[in-house]
Design a protein around this ligand. Structure first.
Ligand code: TXA
Ligand code: MG
Length: 328
């Protein structure tokens, strides 16, 4: 608990605290302190028009941050909070435009991780927190990843072990007439539809967009391609013939156990475990400094959608260029 007191003191004095949530680690600052919020953007190297999620201790705080809250928000809050869901609502008038990237909407979430919950309750105020990685890189799912990403720019990193879900929260936009998923996550569209009793708008590309392309901001640093199971072996063989090294995220056992140029990571066959391990394995695969990371195509059922979304975004597009929309 000592660390929670220390963390609260740092937040109150405008500092940055990284903390575990059930999805990924967040880089937190006092959401009512514009100077502290600016430090988040500086530490991450994040463009200022990219909005932040505000994390809340209790549902009673919701109306401090949002206004004209629709019934659907209360229904989803009751069903999934605390938990890995972010709601986009119309922002309250007093919310700093620094948080919302100058938009009229705000992302809000009540996390369930015991350390995040304890910190929020002790601070008793909103904590603005993006994922605690450099902009465009893989989100951290262990405290050591935060240190690797951000080092001494964070005043305190709260240790909370592995993040349970391992991919970022599902984001649901409730500002339009029909709810819409902006970012798929561990809470599925089906679960949301069941609670609301209505169909959602089809997901379009994540808003808001950031103008311009960023050549060097992508995750992981090694080029990444997705191949289906049938092609996997022959693609690896042709890479080996071209004297390339390759890291594989496979769903089955190592097809090349005796070949030193192949770094094989066997992934789980169920979505929950796959998501839990994904970012850690991408970091390990990146560390191999292979010529390419190959990911075996994952199943396409609804509960794999969050994973497939992140893999698509991590994929290297033609010409090696990734757009800001591709960052995770
Ligand atoms: O699981 C999570 O959501 C983690 C943990 C730390 O809570 N946070 C997280 O934050 O992933 P971040 O900043 O890395 O991603 C938040 C995403 C961004 O893509 C941002 O554009 C979007 O949420 N977002 C935030 N506020 C928004 C808004 N008002 N309208 C549309 N998108 C918004
Ligand atoms: Mg992020």
């Amino acid at each position: 608990m000592d660390n929670i007191f220390k963390a609260v003191h740092i937040l109150q004095t405008g500092g940055l605290v990284a903390f575990p949530t059930e999805t990924v680690y967040g880089l937190g600052a006092d959401a009512t302190n514009p100077e502290a919020i600016k430090k988040i953007f500086a530490a991450k190297g994040r463009p200022s028009d990219h909005p932040l999620i505000v994390h809340l201790p209790h549902l009673e705080h919701l109306s401090q941050w949002a206004q004209h809250i629709p019934e659907t928000a209360w229904q989803l809050a009751e069903a999934f909070w605390p938990g890995p869901l972010t709601l986009i609502l119309q922002k309250n008038t007093n919310v700093s435009p620094l948080i919302t990237g100058q938009q009229n909407s705000i992302g809000l979430r009540i996390p369930s991780h015991p350390i995040a919950a304890a910190l929020l309750k002790a601070f008793n105020q909103g904590i603005a927190a993006p994922s605690a990685n450099r902009f465009g890189r893989v989100s951290p799912t262990k405290a050591e990843h935060v240190y690797q990403e951000l080092g001494e720019t964070v005043d305190l990193i709260l240790e909370g072990g592995d993040c349970h879900f391992g991919i970022e929260s599902t984001i649901v936009d409730l500002t339009a007439e029909k709810p819409r998923i902006l970012r798929p996550g561990s809470i599925t569209e089906e679960q949301i539809r069941e609670v609301l009793g209505l169909d959602l708008s089809p997901t379009t590309h994540q808003t808001p967009r950031v103008s311009g392309a960023l050549l060097n901001h992508y995750a992981p640093q090694t080029s990444l391609q997705i191949v289906n199971k049938e092609q996997l072996e022959s693609v690896i063989n042709s890479l080996l013939n071209a004297h390339k090294t390759v890291a594989i995220l496979g769903l089955g056992a190592n097809l090349f156990p005796t070949i030193a140029e192949v770094f094989w990571f066997q992934m789980a066959n169920n979505a929950q475990s796959y998501a839990h391990d994904l970012y850690t394995i991408l970091r390990l695969a990146d560390e191999k400094q292979a010529d390419l990371i190959l990911v075996e195509q994952t199943p396409t059922e609804d509960n794999w959608r969050g994973i497939n979304d992140r893999l698509q975004k991590a994929r290297t597009k033609e010409g090696g260029l990734r757009t800001p929309d591709d960052t995770i």
